[in-house]
Write a protein that binds this ligand. Structure first.
Ligand code: CA
Length: 258
């Protein structure tokens, strides 16, 4: 894959119009100081009809993100004027758009998937740009095309988190009826995922993905975490059947207490 030589960013910035596509443009910000990597990513995203804006500096990225015109951000961890983690933390202070990290070091992964960073996904360099583009599409699908305002928090975000649940993503904690839940990392990430799309049925694989569980983990481990989450929710809201089992499909979180 030597498409790095194509120097594509300017030409591919505008997505090709396609009659069979949703006319709303999905826009992605890439903050990456390695030009060949950036060109490959831009090319792979363009193939998926995804518009990508590229900058090499954290400060430039932040300025663009503040303007709020993006649906997703891809952040390199090591940047000339800072790091992707700090950029992500600042971003999450004013926006909910999903973030994917590009990281060169496997020992950074724990931080990436950890609560403190709040990433939606990460890829380890060297990576396949096509694989990255596929993950971008998955995350955008999961986000349900909610933005259109670049993820800047709207007055009433859709879909609405269930009334009995209060997710504080910045502080990585979740309360049920005002009681802070004592959650493991995997439990937090699963419940946060479920709460973001009440009534949506998540497969075990999706929940494993959301919780950053290794692929080697058994899907059964999702059941264990769900069982523990149910017990914790039941302490705060015993009359609610909060997490529902969909046999053979997965789990969903109730939208209301009814
Ligand atoms: Ca870098």
């Amino acid at each position: 894959m030597h498409s790095a030589r194509l120097s594509l960013s300017a030409k591919l910035r505008a997505p090709r119009p396609r009659a069979d596509r949703n006319p709303v443009t999905t826009s992605i910000l890439l903050v990456e100081d390695d030009r060949p990597i950036a060109d490959n990513v831009i090319l792979a995203l363009a193939r998926e009809n995804l518009d990508c804006r590229h900058v090499a500096l954290a400060a430039e990225g932040l300025a663009l993100l503040r303007a709020g015109d993006f649906d997703l951000a891809i952040l390199d961890v090591g940047l000339p004027d800072g790091n992707g983690f700090d950029l992500c933390r600042t971003l999450h202070g004013f926006s909910d758009i999903p973030v994917i990290f590009l990281t060169a070091r496997s020992d950074e992964i724990d931080r990436v998937v950890g609560l403190e960073i709040g990433a939606d996904d990460y890829v380890l360099k060297p990576f396949s740009p096509r694989e990255l583009a596929a993950r971008v599409k998955t995350i955008l699908r999961r986000a349900g095309g909610k933005s259109g305002n670049g993820g800047i928090r709207p007055a009433a975000a859709q879909p609405v988190t269930p009334a009995f649940i209060d997710v504080d993503a910045e502080c990585a904690r979740i309360a049920c009826r005002g009681h802070l839940l004592d959650l493991s990392r995997a439990e937090y990430l699963m419940l946060k995922t479920l709460a973001a799309r009440p009534e949506k049925v998540f497969s075990r694989a999706e929940l494993m993905d959301a919780a950053g569980l290794a692929e080697a983990s058994l899907e059964r481990s999702v059941d264990t975490h769900i069982k523990s989450l149910r017990a914790k929710l039941a302490e705060c809201a015993p009359e609610i059947d909060a997490i529902r089992t969909h046999r053979g499909l997965g789990y969903s979180l109730a939208r209301t207490a009814a």
